[in-house]
Design a protein around this ligand. Structure first.
Ligand SMILES: [Zn+2]
Length: 291
């Protein structure tokens, strides 16, 4: 059949529509997630120009600068309106978000990324080791894979270990902390207020996701070595305050109550960080091949 130009355009549009529709239909975001993942919480200023804009437990961070903002993590698909409300409550505009980052390409941190990318027009930067899994919506994830669990996102820029992103004078360094996913990342951010400068660690804590022993994962032959590397690297980091991918991992709701005044020091807690890593190390040890 010969198609005239308008018909051809129409049919292309039709197939594009069908494709998008089918793609959306195939996303199976895991259900029955903890209620705290979808509950709202008060947004607040952590330190300098770094803000908490996540849900009660799914931590999302806004680095606000005069030249546009960076959003780190986007939560579940249903987190999008909560994040938007939090950003606006703090007096910022969604349209000023220019870059989207994540600590790991699991559905509880990136499921709203496609929607937020579309809404803001921001560019997605990803640790190059998580680019493939982000692009297939989690299907190729070694721990949670099998189904596409979130709307796939093709990244605009791939990041290497220790690469620094500069946004409006704020430096954000990506630290490759593989294991939890192949491209799990922590971020070190230098911020300051009118009294003091802070080095802030957004830690991706290396929790174990697989029920299998590490030598039973052919999709990820370096998983054991990666976890051990990450534990070593994280123990050696220095910072003034730390937060993490989940609020529960850094005891946010113990350290800060709604209405509390600005207090970066509430998040110092080096001891809590070291204790958390020690507990995770014990979990990792259980997964190592028995000698
Ligand atoms: Zn995860």
């Amino acid at each position: 059949m010969k198609l005239s130009v308008p018909k051809l355009l129409l049919s292309t549009a039709f197939f594009a529509f069908i494709f998008t529709f089918t793609e959306a239909q195939n996303v199976r975001e895991p259900k029955n997630n903890p209620a705290e993942w979808s509950a709202p919480t008060e947004p607040f200023r952590i330190a300098g120009n770094l803000y908490y804009v996540g849900t009660y437990d799914l931590a999302c961070y806004l680095v606000a600068t005069p030249e546009g903002h960076v959003l780190i993590n986007t939560g579940l698909a249903d987190s999008e309106p909560l994040i938007t409300e939090s950003v606006q409550k703090l007096g910022f505009k969604m349209a000023d978000i220019k870059v989207l980052l994540t600590t790991q390409a699991h559905f509880d941190h990136v499921a709203a990324m496609a929607a937020l990318k579309q809404k803001t027009g921001a560019k997605v930067f990803i640790n190059k080791a998580d680019a493939a899994v982000l692009a297939d919506g989690g299907a190729s994830d070694y721990g949670l894979g099998g189904d596409t669990s979130y709307q796939p996102v093709k990244a605009d820029r791939l990041l290497n270990d220790r690469e620094i992103i500069t946004a409006g004078g704020t430096q954000i360094q990506m630290l490759h902390h593989p294991g939890h996913t192949k491209g799990s990342s922590s971020f070190l951010i230098k911020v300051k207020d009118n009294k003091k400068a802070y080095s802030v660690l957004i830690a991706n804590m290396p929790s174990v996701v697989t029920g299998k022993a590490f030598d039973e994962i052919p999709d990820y032959p370096t998983v054991a070595a990666d976890y051990l590397y990450t534990l070593r690297a994280m123990k050696q980091l220095s910072f003034d305050i730390w937060v993490a991918s989940h609020a529960s991992q850094f005891a946010l709701h113990k350290k800060r109550k709604p209405g509390d005044a600005y207090n970066p020091e509430a998040f110092a807690d080096r001891g809590g960080y070291d204790t958390a890593l020690k507990a995770l190390e014990a979990e990792v040890q259980k997964k190592l091949p028995k000698k």
